[in-house]
Structures are given as C-alpha cells and as structure tokens.
Write a protein of this length. Structure first.
Length: 118
C-alpha cells in the first residue's frame, strides 16, 4: 500500500513545489494537495487516512497540544507550516513545525524527524 500524504495549503505554487519535494523524498508516496481542510476531509471521507498531513497554520489560529486539532485529524503524523513558528511550541508528539519560508532540505529534515519519532 502506498503511503498517503495530504498537503493543505492555499498557495497553489508552493503546494505543488512541496508536493514535488515530498515525491522526491518518497517516490512511492501518494501525494494529494488541497486548498482547504474541508476539501481534504471531503475527498478522504471514504478513503484511508493519510500517513502524513502537511498543513498551513492559519494566522491567529489556536494551536493546541492535540495534534488532531491543527492537522484536522487527517494524518497520524503532521508537519505544520507556519509564518510564526516561534509561537508554536510543544504542539505534541508526531508533529513537526516547519517555518516559512522553507527549503527542500528543511522539508527533508522535517520528514526524517517524524520517521525517527515514529
């Protein structure tokens, strides 16, 4: 079974670049991009849950220690993309905060951190 990766990001260009980076890291992954959590949840309603969710943190959105809150319950593991990463501390296990802007190397490091934690 292919590992499902869900990206929720409203910037289409960045989402496609991120999808390509994740595909380069794991060529067998099934990477899907969505512009909103609602679209992702609707598309995944009858399917398997994602192994990894990459989610843009909305400005002024509360982030709690419960990883299912910022990741919308989409994945067992989550990478949070944040413009204000300094404000996101102790977000929980199986969650890595990736500050924006980010590079391909930073994405690879975040994925490897989750692989070690899992």
């Amino acid at each position: 079974m292919r590992r499902k990766v869900v990206i929720i990001l409203d910037d289409v260009v960045v989402a496609l670049d991120l999808a390509q980076t994740l595909q380069d890291i794991d060529a067998a992954a099934d990477v899907c991009t969505f512009r909103s959590p609602e679209a992702a949840l609707a598309a995944m309603e009858c399917g398997d849950p994602a192994a990894l969710a990459v989610v843009q943190v909305a400005l002024n959105a509360p982030v709690t220690a419960d990883p299912s809150v910022p990741c919308y319950g989409l994945g067992a593991q989550c990478i949070l993309l944040s413009d204000t990463a300094a404000d996101l501390q102790d977000v929980g296990p199986n969650v890595v905060v990736l500050p924006r802007p980010f590079s391909s190397a930073m994405v690879a490091r975040a994925v490897s951190m989750l692989a070690v934690a899992h």
